[in-house]
Design a protein around this ligand. Structure first.
Ligand SMILES: [Zn+2]
Length: 215
């Protein structure tokens, strides 16, 4: 789907654009929803997607370079309305260099129904066991930012009740992969539940997967 990003700002920007195009093509965001960012140089600056621009038609020139304290450094657009959520995550997680927020319909729907995505496939069991669903908070607010920032400690992803998902990673590829794996797990769970029942991978087999892939 996507090749590895370059280290420079330009490479990261191109990767952000491709990330949003890919999420849109897969139905994980609409043209107006979702956002993504990447940390620049391992510090206090990030490159983030803008608000008010159709996400599938995004260009590198639409991205906004800003500081974690909210100061915009470069860009002709306004930063994503969820920039506080991104900033809170980066502030609390030195290991995180990329944040992806999508409105994944199956993952979100399963959470709304009060169901969990268990270890239904080896990939889910390995990467995203026990993903927490956090309570609803109004999008774009400081409250949502603080809530996500405090609850994502030590995790790869969270489900935001009645809203979507947020995933983090050492790079964009890692973060977007978590969004995809979670949605695949949600679709598989949905299909299994319609067709007769959700049988997860047994506990000892989950342990074996973790051992084989050293996690
Ligand atoms: Zn959202």
């Amino acid at each position: 789907m996507m090749e590895g990003e370059g280290d420079g700002e330009e490479g990261i920007g191109e990767m952000l654009v491709r990330c949003m195009q890919s999420l849109h093509a897969r139905g994980l965001i609409t043209g107006s929803g979702g956002n993504a960012s990447a940390r620049l140089g391992g510090g206090e600056e990030i490159l983030i997607t803008p608000s008010g621009v159709y996400k599938a038609g995004l260009g590198v020139g639409d991205l906004v370079r800003m500081r974690l304290d909210g100061e915009v450094l470069e860009g002709r657009r306004k930063p994503s309305s969820e920039w506080r959520m991104h900033a809170e995550i980066y502030s609390g997680r030195e290991d995180v260099n990329a944040v992806v927020h999508a409105h994944s319909p199956f993952t979100t729907g399963i959470a709304i129904a009060g169901r969990m995505i268990g270890p239904i496939t080896p990939e889910v069991a390995l990467l995203l066991p026990d993903v927490e669903v956090i309570e609803y908070a109004c999008p774009g607010t400081e409250m949502l930012g603080r809530l996500v920032g405090s609850r994502i400690v030590g995790k790869r992803a969270l489900v935001l009740q009645n809203h979507g998902v947020v995933a983090v990673g050492r790079d964009l590829l890692e973060a977007v992969t978590s969004v995809e794996v979670l949605e695949e797990g949600a679709i598989t769970t949905f299909v299994a539940s319609l067709m007769g029942g959700v049988n997860v991978i047994p506990k000892e087999e989950v342990e074996l997967i973790k051992k084989v892939y050293k996690r």
